[in-house]
Design a protein around this ligand. Structure first.
Ligand SMILES: [Zn+2]
Length: 266
């Protein structure tokens, strides 16, 4: 299997089960990885392998029942909010517990990982178009500040593989949904593009959505430094042997996990 090239701040990391994607600058502040299709997520045993890949003192992996909304599950160290089953409906999960990793699943939707550079807390976010319109990443940033005192300027974010604007043709109703959600016209024009058809083509203009740019813009507006947001720029639909894509494969598509944990407590 050939792994696609990634930006300079990312690398493929060999795992017992295949390869994971990691971000170098982010690794300095948090344990993390994105899985590839070589790991059969979401089977229970796969979570043990994910945990083991996070290194010493492998954390339990907390998940949520993702519903394309913008609710954030807060798991405080010492609390028992996480009972071992992903039965809480939310699309972001944050924790200050170094014994816990938090994870989201995606197959075209973006998995985002967040960490505080002072080690206060981490978070994982699932952002498809609905979650992005509902600003779920910003809700996670707000929760990290409110619950754990993480200043947005201290946060770093990694945006993992997801459907790229290259392959994400959408209908105009999505533009309306983003406008109804309160996003400014100038931003919506940045996030949706309508490339001109080829000369002589009778094809109508295809409208595409750039989920990664929309999330980067929202995070920066929320106070996360632009240089602390790392984008893998890997389109799930274009790398079917490595990644998983709902658009490319339909309902049989597997899932990729994005997982993050604080460094182990010394
Ligand atoms: Zn693509």
């Amino acid at each position: 299997m050939t792994l696609p090239p990634v930006p300079a701040d990312f690398h493929w990391h060999p795992e017992p089960w295949g390869a994971s994607l990691r971000c170098r600058p982010f690794a300095a502040i948090a344990r993390h990885l994105f899985t590839t299709r070589q790991l059969a997520i979401p089977q229970d045993e796969a979570w043990d392998q994910v945990s083991a890949s996070l290194g010493e003192a492998p954390p339990r992996v907390a998940r949520v029942r993702q519903v394309h909304g913008n609710d954030v599950l807060v798991i405080r160290a010492g609390s028992d909010t996480w009972r071992g089953q992903p039965d809480v409906e939310a699309d972001a999960v944050v924790t200050d517990d170094p014994a816990l990793a938090v994870a989201v699943l995606a197959a075209d939707c973006l998995p985002l990982l967040v960490a505080d550079r002072h080690g206060r807390a981490v978070g994982a976010v699932h952002a498809g178009w609905r979650g992005t319109a509902a600003a779920v990443a910003v809700k996670a940033v707000n929760a990290l500040e409110r619950e754990f005192g993480c200043h947005p300027s201290d946060l770093s974010v990694v945006i993992g593989p997801g459907i790229g604007a290259c392959c994400y043709e959408v209908g105009t109703e999505l533009v309306d949904a983003f406008a109804s959600a309160g996003h400014g016209r100038h931003l919506i024009e940045r996030w949706f593009s309508s490339p001109p058809p080829a000369r002589g083509s009778r094809q109508r203009h295809a409208l595409t959505l750039d989920l990664a740019t929309a999330n980067v813009d929202q995070l920066v507006l929320a106070g996360v430094p632009a240089e602390a947001v790392h984008v893998a720029s890997l389109c799930t639909a274009m790398h079917p042997t490595v990644l998983t894509s709902y658009r490319a494969e339909g309902t049989s598509a597997g899932r990729l996990a994005g997982v993050v944990a604080l460094p182990p407590r010394r």
